[in-house]
Design a protein around this ligand. Structure first.
Ligand SMILES: NC(=O)c1ccc[n+]([C@@H]2O[C@H](COP(=O)([O-])OP(=O)(O)OC[C@H]3O[C@@H](n4cnc5c(N)ncnc54)[C@H](O)[C@@H]3O)[C@@H](O)[C@H]2O)c1
Ligand SMILES: [Zn+2]
Length: 359
């Protein structure tokens, strides 16, 4: 596979117009048209600001509405979106601008990778999860009934323009989901980001503050570094699954309305910490530190209902697409910035940890 092109990354506060304008003007060769793709909720939240910024860049542009929500991140929606783009005059030299959360960037990026065998694209992430994680790294995908993100492509955006001020309209639940991934990034990236996150007063965290800009930038840069070192998902990129093996099983068993993705990741991190402690990989102080941080940012501490049976949990764990040859790969924390990839773990041992931690 080819080396990924460099994605330009801007992270700021109240920088949307200026950064987007500059990035759009710098696209070479100049696109025939910019197709701005967003879902209805993102349009309500940031549509006007985006339109002004794009219009200012002096390019021909059109707005195309994308299907909304995880349940509609499907091949059928990708086809609908592609057809809308073509009807709006997309051609091989068009540029797609995906604006919104990870659902929009995953699906619009997937369409950009396929339409006319690939057109250029950029992202304006407007959820915390997307700013810190989903918009970075060139992975695009849609879901199949058989599982999430099973059809996709690596297609790197030319730029990601992040303005934390767009988060002011984000619902609390979506905010928390992003926080789950932010805590994960802090555990992976090391003491600097972890200290940054711990030192933001609780009341300031949720606001569009400079402290939040620093945290989001650190998360995005951390992920960019991992991806650059390992663009096509070898061992380094596996680390990004911290909390996710347990988390996916919990998310699926509870259902998305009971346990959203980032909340499930937070419970997954709890399980990973317990597993690490029991194996003697991390110490109590580190585990306590992370648990305290997760509590402070408002992440859940308990599974929302009675845990499913061991058999059901085992089946869900084995369905994880990262399971190879029937066993699982686990990412276990050691200390800030140091995490181990443990291969060949039996699903029943993972279930036992989940039950001890959350049962
Ligand atoms: N490609 C990757 O590397 C990667 C990594 C992590 C997650 N993901 C994917 O990301 C998706 C989840 O992303 P998400 O949590 O951003 O979901 P999402 O895109 O569904 O956004 C959540 C909701 O918030 C709304 N919204 C977006 N911005 C808003 C704003 N500023 N104000 C108010 N509402 C706003 C959206 O319209 C949507 O209804 C999943 O499909 C997941 O698979 C991809
Ligand atoms: Zn995740």
């Amino acid at each position: 596979m080819a080396t990924p092109p460099k994605t330009r990354l801007d992270v700021g506060r109240a920088n949307l117009r200026e950064s987007l304008n500059r990035r759009l003007r710098a696209i070479r060769p100049r696109p025939s048209k910019v197709l701005v793709v967003m879902d209805r909720r993102a349009q309500q939240a940031v549509g006007r600001r985006i339109e002004r910024a794009v219009a200012q860049a002096g390019l021909n542009w059109e707005l195309v509405i994308a299907p909304q929500g995880e349940a509609r991140k499907t091949m059928a929606s990708a086809e609908t979106l592609a057809a809308r783009l073509v009807r709006r005059g997309a051609d091989r030299s068009s540029f797609l601008l995906a604006v919104g959360g990870g659902v929009t960037s995953d699906m619009a990026g997937f369409v950009a990778s396929m339409l006319f065998r690939g057109i250029r694209w950029g992202v304006v992430p407007t959820t915390l999860l997307s700013m810190a994680d989903a918009s970075i790294g060139g992975k695009t995908a849609v879901n199949l009934p058989e599982g999430k993100n099973l059809i996709g492509a690596f297609h790197f955006p030319e730029f990601v323009v992040t303005d934390v001020r767009t988060l002011t309209t984000l619902p609390e639940r979506e905010w928390l989901c992003g926080m789950g991934e932010v805590v994960k990034s802090a555990m992976l990236s090391g003491p600097v980001l972890l200290n940054q996150l711990e030192s933001i007063p609780r009341a300031k965290l949720r606001r569009s503050s400079n402290a939040l800009v620093d945290v989001v930038r650190s998360c995005a840069r951390y992920k960019s570094r991992i991806v650059a070192a390992d663009p096509h998902e070898g061992d380094k990129r596996k680390l990004l699954n911290l909390g996710h093996t347990y988390g996916h099983a919990l998310e699926t068993s509870a259902g998305p309305n009971r346990l959203a993705h980032g909340e499930a990741v937070a419970l997954g991190i709890r399980c990973a910490l317990r597993d690490s402690l029991e194996r003697g990989l991390c110490n109590e102080d580190y585990a306590e530190r992370i648990l305290k941080l997760m509590k402070r940012v408002g992440l859940p501490e308990r599974y929302p209902s009675k845990l499913p049976s061991n058999g059901q949990l085992r089946r869900l764990l084995r369905r994880d697409k990262k399971a190879s040859a029937g066993t699982l790969d686990l990412i276990l924390p050691i200390r800030a910035g140091q995490n181990a990839v443990i291969s060949g773990v039996e699903a029943r041992d993972v279930v036992a940890v989940i039950r001890r931690e959350l049962g």
